[in-house]
Design a protein around this ligand. Structure first.
Ligand code: RIB
Length: 294
């Protein structure tokens, strides 16, 4: 199976702070670094590091060339990352002393993707291939519909969650990956519902889709028709949770494409994301296959 990831490519500007800045406050950060990120690009990096054949499609400005070089170095086919005369997506990330983050996004090139480019990219893929999507680019509905016309499978990660998600043709999605907050919002669950209840509600609401629910410290859940699976987290000291979900998705998809069953795929994905959160940064924190498949 070949993966086409149509997704965001961002430059992450990371400020480590005591607490999240408040209205009217000027806050000094104790350290700063600029690194490679974007949910889409992180997921492509995770797919490639895990051993999958993945092509990343998206759009960057000249300032993002180092991201393309990094992705190529991991083995991602970057031939569908297009260049435009503007800025690459930017993510301003505050990382506080509790290892929590808060992110402000500027879409940049991610918002400049055109439908003709999508057509040209999808034409290179066919039935049996999988399109991987997140919610940081434009034309997501179009991508889902056109990929399904080609017989491709579609995996959608509903992050970051906003009202746009509710307008997508979610009934066409083969694999829906949500975190606990996104899952509860999509399932319209009562406050206080258990993860299992949220999963049941999602399986009922999207009967044609496989559902993966990541639940932070609660581990990860899988649901499809009558099947329910759970895997606990791979518990390591937390340094930075940025890209944990992206890492999970890359390793879950790759594991399945390598022939592992869903329970094993959850286990490898939990291990990979556990390792990622024990390290600083986004793309750079994603482990190698040799660290996970052992
Ligand atoms: O999922 C983590 C990513 O979200 C960061 O790398 C940042 O770019 C934002 O898109």
């Amino acid at each position: 199976m070949k993966f086409l990831n149509y997704g965001s490519v961002n430059i992450d500007l990371v400020f480590t702070v005591d607490h999240m800045v408040e209205p009217g406050e000027t806050l000094s950060s104790s350290s700063f670094f600029r690194s490679a990120g974007g949910k889409g690009a992180n997921q492509s990096a995770a797919l490639a590091k895990a051993g999958a054949k993945v092509t990343h499609a998206g759009k960057i400005g000249l300032d993002g060339q180092f991201l393309v070089d990094l992705l190529s170095g991991y083995g991602v086919d970057t031939s569908l990352i297009r260049l435009y005369e503007g800025a690459t997506g930017q993510a301003l990330i505050q990382l506080d002393k509790h290892k929590q983050n808060a992110i402000v996004l500027f879409g940049g090139g991610n918002m400049q993707i055109r439908k003709e480019e999508i057509d040209d990219s999808l034409a290179l893929f066919s039935a049996g291939d999988m399109l991987v999507l997140q919610n940081e680019i434009v034309h997501t509905s179009y991508l889902i519909e056109e990929a399904k016309k080609r017989g491709m499978q579609v995996c959608l990660n509903t992050a970051p969650f906003d009202e746009k998600i509710l307008g997508l043709p979610l009934h066409l999605v083969d694999l829906l990956v949500v975190n606990e907050i996104e899952g509860a919002a999509l399932a319209n669950s009562d406050k206080g519902s258990s993860f299992g209840e949220v999963l049941d509600a999602l399986v009922q609401a999207y009967p044609a889709s496989e559902i993966v629910l990541t639940a932070g410290k609660g581990g990860a859940y899988y649901g499809y028709k009558g099947i329910r699976l759970h895997e606990p987290i791979y518990d390591l000291p937390v340094v930075d949770t940025t890209a944990a979900g992206d890492t999970f998705i890359g390793f879950f998809l790759t594991s399945r494409s390598l022939g592992h069953d869903n329970q094993s795929a959850l286990r490898y994905a939990c291990k990979a994301s556990g390792l990622a959160v024990s390290r600083l940064g986004a793309m750079g924190s994603i482990p190698l296959a040799s660290e996970v498949f052992s």
